[in-house]
Each structure stands twice: as C-alpha cells, then as structure tokens.
Design a protein around this ligand. Structure first.
Ligand SMILES: [Zn+2]
Length: 210
C-alpha cells in the first residue's frame, strides 16, 4: 500500500510539473470520458442509441463530455489524456456465469472494476425491470451505465440517497437523475488530474441493485 501511495503521489507531482502550461490552456475545456461499448446482448438500434443519449445527458449535467464508441479499444486509442472505459453489455448466459463465479446477487444490475477501468452491465436484469415501461429500456440502460462509470471516478462506498448514484434503482423519474454537485466536482477533478483508473485494486460493487 505504501508503494502504491508513493507511486500515485509521484504520478500526481509529475503530472503537475509536466502539464501545468497545458492544464492552464485546458481549464475551460470540458472533461472527457470515452466509452468503448461491447454489446454482447445484441441490442436493437433504438435501445442502444437511447442508452447513449441518456449517458451523455447524465454526464453533461456534471460538465463532462462522453464519447460512445462501439467495440474494444485499441492501445493506440487509449494513449490520449482522456479516461477510456470498457463497457461490456452482457447477455443472460454471460451474466449468469459471472454471477455464479463471483457469488454476486442475482439482483445486481451492473458492476465496475476501477483498476481495469471496466464496467459490466447485466442487460437481461435491466430488461426485466423495464419491460413494463413503454420505450424506457434504453434510457434505463444508460442510467445503469452512467452509475457504474461514476463508481470508477468516485470514492469507494459512493452511493448517495438521491441522484444517479442511489444504491437502489428508481425507475420513476422521467428526466435522468444526475450526479450531486459534490459528486460532479469530484468527477471533474479526477478527470482534470488525468487519472485513468484508481489504483486501489478491483472493486466489485455489491449494492442491492446497482
Ligand atoms: Zn452502485
């Protein structure tokens, strides 16, 4: 742990020393996250585009610009200063296998791993919730993705009693729940430090629903 802390500190100092001029120039530039989405659930076009729009809307409220790309990132793509996140939308078989292997509850909708900058979505569980709702599947999927990406940038145990980081999912809001002002400030700060992933080990979210 001491080594990890020292490494992070050195990295932070290095980033400050080497990029101060660039940071000054970019102070007003929006923070950016690039999502690399692998759709193993073979979603139809309206669902996936609705999810993309919802994720972008949630993060836009936090002052963060999201780029949604399909497929796995190449090393060349992730060499820039943006945060690159791998999002895997799992089908039922993959989700069941992952849950069995890791012993997670069957009501978990998504998981995140900070060290890997990776998010997994259990899509069949999302559809089980959204089927009664007219046309809401893609939007709710987008909210689950936004929630899990939030875990990558916020401290551990970062659930709040309102907004997108609620630990239990609320299907009712017609407009997307967003990050609180404090959460949004933390996310922008993490992105401005060019932190790609926290080095605290893999964190598996075991919240009741998210
Ligand atoms: Zn959560």
């Amino acid at each position: 742990m001491a080594n990890t802390t020292r490494t992070l500190l050195v990295m932070a100092l290095f980033a400050t020393a080497s990029s101060s001029a660039r940071a000054a120039a970019n102070d007003n530039a929006p923070a950016k996250i690039v999502l690399h989405v692998e759709d193993f659930a073979l979603l139809l076009s309206p669902t996936i585009s609705d999810a993309e729009n919802e994720v972008r809307a949630v993060f836009r409220q936090a002052g963060v610009q999201v780029t949604w790309l399909n497929g796995n990132p190449s090393p060349r793509m992730i060499s820039d200063s943006n945060l690159h996140v791998s999002v895997k939308i799992l089908n039922r078989q993959m989700a069941d296998r992952k849950s069995r292997t890791e012993g997670t509850s069957s009501d978990v909708l998504g998981q995140s791993a900070r060290e890997a900058c990776q998010v997994w979505i259990f899509y069949d569980r999302v559809t089980a919730l959204t089927n009664p709702l007219p046309g809401g599947g893609g939007e709710i999927l987008g909210r689950v993705i936004a929630h899990e990406v939030g875990h990558l940038l916020l401290p551990a145990q970062s659930h709040s009693d309102k907004g997108i980081m609620r630990g239990t999912f609320d299907l009712r809001p017609k407009v997307p729940p967003v990050f609180t002002a404090a959460q949004a400030a933390t996310i922008r700060s993490m992105l401005s430090q060019r932190v790609r992933c926290l080095k605290e080990g893999v964190v598996v979210n075991r919240a009741p629903s998210l």
